[in-house]
Design a protein around this ligand. Structure first.
Ligand code: PMP
Length: 367
């Protein structure tokens, strides 16, 4: 380890929170209520599944290194030119590459406290310095959310990159595009702003979180999205970034030539063609988000508002004990100890049946 760079030496390997393979064996896959990883329980579009099967004859071939078909489908969906799109092995990979490309030793990267965990990881791996901006307070209408004014004020001449997530994980909080437009106007044009929109498809239209209309105006804006959440293709590992063609061209230089595999490219292109499935699963999620938030609040628990497929819930001093007791009952949540929020748990919004089983177990544990 001593041979690794200073940034890498301080890194910890990803901790999924639980050994899910062992838990599935212990409880049986159907009995286990997996609400720890913000996965979409409604599953991928049947068209995406079919597209993967159609790719099986070509497993001995390398995939299209340009991902042309998928890029064209994305370009059409978003109304942008394909030269504004770069594909990643999950948006996680793109978030890492953005720091690798734009920030090095001596440079600063700014992001919010309780911002998506990969922001800190990417910054450290690149050897840059993290400037962590305090989050909004617990009594703010967006408890623990991004304080955009403070983030803009934290930018110095050494700042190369700013990461924001909208909506954010693990807080679930968001800000409106109008607010973000004012933020962008305050950021110097030589500072790159990465807007992580992993949960974009799951946010209500009324929340107006979508930053796409700002892309044309701001050559320093990068929007990342993923097929892992709304499209329920987390296992395929595909994300993409939209940005000015010059930025995309630089990103294209560092990515591995075949970073998105053939079945994944085919599945995502097919998923884009099935808008009804996307809408159906996001509607189910939004319904359950309201129902689960209300059910938790009616038990006297504090739940910050969310526009995602998870909620953060304050369980207080007994959080670890409650989490352990739920796990004994086959209910998996994501502990927030390692995220600086030890009195909170993050609960992925499941199907109606999963949420009912979660609440029943919680009632037993809290009784
Ligand atoms: N951004 C946010 C805010 C996320 O919550 C996640 C997944 N948990 C990602 C990015 C990465 O997703 P993926 O690599 O699957 O695209």
């Amino acid at each position: 380890a001593s041979r690794a760079t200073a940034g890498v030496r301080r890194l910890k390997a990803y901790d999924p929170g639980h050994d899910l393979v062992a838990l599935r064996e212990r409880f049986g896959e159907l009995a286990l209520v997996e609400l720890g990883s913000n996965e979409n329980p409604y599953g991928a579009s049947p068209a995406a599944r079919g597209a993967i099967l159609d790719e099986l004859h070509a497993l001995h071939r390398y995939p299209d290194p340009r991902g042309g078909v998928l890029k064209r489908a994305l370009a059409e969906k978003h109304g942008v030119d394909a030269c504004r799109i770069v594909l990643g092995n999950g948006s996680h990979e793109l978030l890492m590459q953005l720091a690798q490309v734009f920030a090095g030793p001596g440079d600063e990267v700014v992001f919010s406290q309780f911002g998506f965990a990969v922001f800190a990881l990417a910054t450290q791996a690149a050897g840059a310095s993290a400037c962590v901006v305090p989050a909004l307070g617990v009594d703010d209408p967006m408890p623990l959310g991004h304080d955009l004014d403070a983030i803009a004020a934290a930018i110095t001449p050494a700042t190369k990159l700013v990461y924001v997530a909208n909506p954010n994980n693990p807080t679930g909080t968001w800000f409106a595009r109008e607010r973000f437009a004012r933020f962008m106007a305050a950021v110097p044009p030589d500072v790159i702003v990465v807007m992580d929109e992993a949960y974009a498809e799951m946010a209500d239209a009324a929340a107006q979180t979508d930053a796409r209309p700002l892309l044309e105006q701001h050559a320093n804006l990068v929007i990342t999205r993923t097929f892992s959440k709304g499209y329920a293709l987390a296992g395929m590992r595909v994300g993409y970034a939209m940005a000015a063609p010059e930025l995309v061209a630089v990103m294209e230089r560092v990515r591995e030539s075949f970073n998105v595999n053939g079945p994944a490219l085919a599945a995502c292109a097919a998923a884009l063609g099935d808008e009804a499935h996307l809408a159906w699963s996001c509607e189910r999620n939004a319904e359950q988000r309201v129902a689960l938030s209300e059910a938790l609040r009616s038990r006297g628990l504090r739940v910050p508002p969310s526009q995602t497929n998870f909620v953060l819930v304050e369980l207080g001093e007994r959080t670890s004990k409650i989490e352990a007791a739920l796990l004994e009952r086959g209910v998996v949540l994501r502990p927030m100890r390692g995220y600086g929020l030890p009195t909170y748990s993050r609960i992925t919004i499941g199907t109606r049946d999963e949420n009912r089983r979660l609440l029943a177990a919680l009632d037993e544990v809290l009784a």
